[in-house]
Design a protein around this ligand. Structure first.
Ligand SMILES: Nc1ncnc2c1ncn2[C@@H]1O[C@H](COP(=O)(O)OP(=O)(O)OP(=O)(O)O)[C@@H](O)[C@H]1O
Ligand SMILES: [Mg+2]
Length: 584
């Protein structure tokens, strides 16, 4: 209970840190906006002075003095305006600087919890939206809003009727704002969803470029994108129409109000209750009073999108797995186990693996076999800590994975997934897991993976750049580099999901060699394989079928052929039926 409470406060703290120090800056900018708004009365005062003083007295020196003063005040206002926008710009940049890495961290985490890649990328864009908001007119409008009373009071002083008219106008415009919000609220949420869907399609199309080109369905792929894009455009147009219509109405209303103020002012002047200068001053001031509301309506979509982005970012930061900073444990040396592990698919919540228990001691290697779709990859993901475990525990030396710090995990695990990709950087950095490569360790890992000769044979050797602007490697070459990455730094547990799927005989021999090497140094290997050649050096075999570990035992027990003679090398071990048949 207290632990839960502690977690909550830690989250709150993390969320609070997003805006740390920004409140005081924004309060300062709000104050600055007050000064700017007071200075904005210059125009109104200037009018009054011209009509009621300069024109009446006919004195040129008076006119010059007044004009000079007004000019000075305008320049001062302009300077403060520039200062304000520069401060806001910097607040936005600081905000971005502070949250972008954490939000990006979550874009790495989110797919593990069943979010689409499009959705998680969209999350990253929200930081851009907010940074733009800080530098844009929407925030300025919000900062100006609280100072509206200055202008209304000014008009009131000129004449209460004019003040009342301005307040009525402000009321109507405020009503329009509320109506805009009401009408666009739902569609704004839909727009974000549609934007995420569109990113997903774009991303998938780019990833499938080869397939699309080779089988000539780029038209269909583009159509898929067009549909997603059109949905997004349609929603955006809908909400944009509302915002623009209300923006236009508010502009016309403002003009009408300004004329009404002039008309009423003229009437009051005729009745001898006001001076002519006051008419113009009232008109200027009432227009200025309503400008922030007008700007708020005009930028409503942006304001709401930024507000949503902010709450999503807050949500994202709050959802970040709290960093428990566990007490550091000595690196594991003895065993790796799964106790009654049940795994659900993050996206669907469907149980994929139930109640799997495995216990491996240092120096052991387990080969997992079983039919396609049986759950081998899912088990590997759970063992590697990629997918959260619903029930049960994955343990290193009897301590649950959650008790190990990220640094320990980094040292303890080597993982070669079934769908691996490499990073667009040098081969050495890829093997060193993006760290500054330690040449000795990189070469050792490459040699164990049997890829050293191949790498040094390339023109740039270990410094060869991979990716869009670099070298393209063959499937087998990439797989072996991914294998070297898994072996880098001699991790205690090495998990390999079909490490030989792209390899020739020589490559398969390298995998077997790697398994032997890991066992010899006291490590543990779990390897998924469809072909027995990768299982040469394992001592245990497990059969994963229909989401459970149906058998686990020594290789000699499970793979024992029915008839005498060794297992034929071309036998497909992925069909446990065959194996069972062989065993019985
Ligand atoms: N991300 C996912 N979301 C939902 N279901 C999934 C996900 N990944 C896998 N599954 C489901 O889990 C089951 C097991 O899949 P898994 O990839 O673990 O099989 P596998 O034994 O590795 O198969 P193969 O030998 O073809 O690699 C399948 O029914 C699959 O549909
Ligand atoms: Mg698999």
């Amino acid at each position: 209970m207290s632990q839960k409470a502690a977690k909550k406060t830690e989250r709150d703290e993390r969320v609070a840190r997003i805006t740390e120090g920004m409140r005081s800056v924004l309060l300062y900018v709000l104050g600055l906006s007050g000064v700017i708004n007071i200075l904005a009365l210059t125009g109104a005062f200037y009018m009054m002075q011209i009509y009621d003083r300069a024109l009446l007295s006919g004195s040129i020196p008076t006119l010059a003095m007044i004009s000079l003063l007004a000019f000075g005040l305008f320049v001062f206002q302009g300077a403060l305006d520039v200062l304000r926008s520069q401060i806001l710009q910097r607040v936005g940049a600081r905000f971005d600087h502070r949250v972008a890495p954490d939000v990006h961290m979550m874009t790495i985490e989110m797919p593990r919890y069943g979010f689409s890649i499009g959705e998680s990328v969209e999350r990253g864009r929200m930081v851009d939206t907010l940074r733009g908001f800080f530098g844009g007119p929407g925030l300025v409008a919000i900062l100006d809003l609280p100072w509206m009373p200055i202008f209304i009071a000014f008009v009131f002083i000129l004449h209460p009727y004019l003040g009342a008219l301005t307040i009525a106008g402000a009321g109507v415009l405020a009503l329009l704002t509320i109506l805009t919000e009401f009408l666009t609220r739902r569609s704004n949420a839909d727009i974000s969803r549609a934007a995420a869907a569109r990113s997903s399609v774009a991303e998938a199309n780019a990833r499938n470029a080869d397939v699309i080109r080779a089988m000539g369905f780029s038209g269909k792929a583009v159509k898929l994108f067009r549909d997603a894009n059109e949905e997004h455009l349609r929603l955006e147009a809908g909400s944009g129409d509302i915002t623009r219509t209300f923006g236009a109405i508010s502009k016309v209303l403002r003009m009408m109000l300004q004329s009404a103020v002039l008309g009423l002012g003229a009437y009051l002047t005729i009745m001898g209750e006001m001076t002519a200068g006051a008419i113009i001053a009232a008109s200027v001031a009432s227009a200025r009073a309503l400008a922030p509301i007008d700007a708020a309506i005009g930028n409503w979509k942006n304001i709401i999108m930024s507000k949503n982005a902010y709450s999503k970012i807050k949500e994202t930061i709050a959802a970040m797995p709290s960093d428990p900073k566990p007490m550091s444990l000595p690196d594991p040396k003895n065993e790796f186990s799964a106790d009654n592990v049940t795994v659900v698919a993050p996206s669907t919540g469907q149980v994929i693996l139930a109640d799997v228990s495995i216990r491996l001691e240092a120096g052991q290697a387990l080969g997992l076999i079983g039919p396609s779709g049986g759950g081998k990859t899912s088990l590997m993901r759970a063992l590697a800590g990629v997918w959260p475990v619903l029930r049960g525990h994955v343990r290193l030396d009897r301590a649950d994975l959650s008790q190990w710090s990220e640094e320990s995990i980094a040292r303890c695990f080597g993982y070669l997934p079934q769908d691996y990709t490499l990073f667009d950087t040098s081969i050495a950095r890829n093997i060193a897991r993006l760290d500054d490569p330690d040449p000795e360790k990189v070469i050792a890992a490459a040699k164990t993976a049997g890829v050293h000769d191949l790498i040094v044979g390339m023109p740039d050797g270990y410094e060869t750049q991979l990716g869009a602007n670099g070298v393209s490697l063959s499937g087998g070459q990439r797989q072996r580099i991914a294998l070297a990455r898994a072996l880098y730094g001699d991790p205690f547990v090495v998990l390999m999901d079909e490490p030989n799927s792209n390899l020739d005989q020589q490559g398969e021999a390298a995998v077997s060699e790697a398994i032997r090497a890991v066992r010899e140094r006291g490590g543990i290997v779990i390897v998924v394989a469809h072909r027995p050649s990768a299982l040469e050096n394992v001592d245990l075999i497990g059969i994963v079928q229909d989401g459970s570990l149906v058998r686990l035992g020594s290789k000699s027990d499970i793979m024992k052929p029915k008839s005498v003679g060794p297992t034929a090398p071309e036998q497909d071990v992925s069909q446990p039926g065959k194996v069972q048949e062989a065993v019985s």
